[in-house]
Design a protein around this ligand. Structure first.
Ligand SMILES: CC(C)(COP(=O)(O)OP(=O)(O)OC[C@H]1O[C@@H](n2cnc3c(N)ncnc32)[C@H](O)[C@@H]1OP(=O)(O)O)[C@@H](O)C(=O)NCCC(=O)NCCS
Length: 393
């Protein structure tokens, strides 16, 4: 679909709960916090009257023993009656929900839709969460044999180190950078500086990945309001347009992939999004990428075209992906520091783009940012969704 940069949809409001521990709240209540903010940012919207459909990213019923999250959320936020569907693609659930919302608006069926995501995880033990997350890997050949996500991403890391000379130090720099960004984000789960030496000295979870190479287990929700570009002015004078959207898959099992050092799903999804947006990687001013483990961020630099294959380590060393660099990545703190309530992550990335492209990102504002990109993956990368955002000039 060659749209040559024509807006597909426009974001007219967005909200996000604080990420972290929400003891005593249900997932639906946490979503309520995100939705309340999104509605307050778009006072001209009458949600009951205007919202025609909702797509809610939610990974699993195991965490809260609650399925059927589309209807559950619609009811809780006062939109009983609205068509609401849960979208599931593991940690990529709300990136996929965003894509589905775009389909709904572009088809002409729904003028205003809500896309979002939620997960409540911290009331479970790490062992329980690890098991539920592992359900997004291949059951007979991975889960059954006890492989969990830190182990799968550790295999990608060792393959990358072997092929390109990437080091634990490179990964530690990514962790430290994202903690620095997260320390500037009042909604981040862990708002503290973490020096490279602390990352390097932390305990191994799955060699070569250490505690600080892993994303956080968090509670949280995010919510975005989309409309047709031609209706955006009715609701806001600061729309953020989505000009490219790509979603793709790869083999569910890591062992069946062509490469361990690259994600084919990201390459396919980003190629589609760049073509649709008529934008080259070097025109992107900032990005939120899926750093479920630090190696995933480094591989994303390469797959998204921010540097050549094998040069992710060099890009980290150059400082280009830090705030103030040529292409700041994960200004929100990323999954590493902002947190990773899995179903909420994709639209939380879109929330950061909304803030950045409307000059509302405060201490972490990227100056003169015009074009942003989000990259959300599911599992070890069997799903990837890439979106490209542009503000009005
Ligand atoms: C890395 C991990 C195993 C650590 O869990 P854990 O060993 O049970 O850690 P605990 O919850 O007992 O916390 C111990 C300490 O480490 C901190 N901590 C926990 N996870 C952390 C992380 N990922 N990064 C930094 N600090 C972390 C806690 O805040 C706590 O600090 P405190 O002692 O100062 O309070 C867990 O965070 C994890 O599984 N992360 C990955 C989640 C994941 O796979 N997501 C999906 C990706 S596809």
């Amino acid at each position: 679909m060659g749209l040559n940069g024509k807006p597909l949809v426009s974001i007219i409001g967005a909200g996000m709960s604080k990420f972290g521990k929400h003891d005593g709240l249900l997932g639906r209540e946490i979503f309520g916090l995100a939705a309340t903010e999104a509605f307050s940012r778009c006072p001209k919207l009458d949600p009951k009257q205007d919202v025609k459909a909702m797509f809610i990213g939610h990974m699993g019923e195991s965490y809260e023993h609650q399925g059927h999250m589309g209807a559950t959320i619609a009811d809780w936020i006062g939109l009983r009656g609205v068509a609401a569907t849960r979208v599931e693609a593991a940690c990529g659930s709300s990136g996929a929900a965003l894509r589905t919302g775009i389909y709904a608006v572009l088809s002409g069926l729904s003028d205003v839709v809500i896309v979002g995501g939620v997960e409540k995880m911290t009331h479970r033990t790490t062992a329980e969460v690890t098991e539920y997350l592992a359900m997004a890997a291949d059951y007979p050949f991975e889960q059954f044999h006890g492989i969990t996500f830190p182990g799968l991403f550790a295999m990608m890391a060792t393959a990358h180190m072997n092929a390109y000379g990437t080091t634990e130090q490179h990964l530690a720099k990514i962790a430290s950078k994202n903690h620095h960004h997260g320390a500037l984000n009042p909604k981040a789960h862990m708002q503290k500086e973490v020096p490279v030496e602390t990352v390097m000295g932390s305990k191994y979870v799955a060699w070569p990945l250490k505690l600080y190479d892993c994303s956080l287990i968090s509670d949280g929700a995010s919510c975005i309001i989309l409309t047709k570009p031609e209706l955006a002015a009715k609701y806001t004078d600061q729309p953020v347009h989505i000009v490219g959207s790509g979603q793709a898959t790869d083999a569910i099992g890591l062992y069946e992939r062509d490469s361990l050092t690259s994600l084919q799903s990201t390459k396919l999804a980003s190629k589609a999004a760049y073509e649709m947006a008529n934008i080259k990687p070097e025109q992107v001013n900032l990005a939120e990428v899926h750093d479920c483990f630090t190696i995933a961020e480094l591989i994303a630099y390469e797959d998204l075209g921010f540097c050549a294959l094998g040069e992710g380590g060099k890009l980290v060393d150059s400082g280009a992906t830090s705030l103030g660099g040529a292409i700041p990545v994960n200004t929100s703190g990323g999954l590493k520091s902002k947190g990773h309530p899995v179903g909420a992550t994709g639209t939380a990335q879109a929330y950061e783009m909304y803030l950045q492209l409307t000059d509302q990102a405060d201490k972490r504002q990227v100056k003169d940012a015009k074009v942003g990109l989000t990259h959300n993956i599911g599992g070890s990368g069997a799903t990837a969704a890439v979106h490209i955002y542009r503000r009005d000039q």
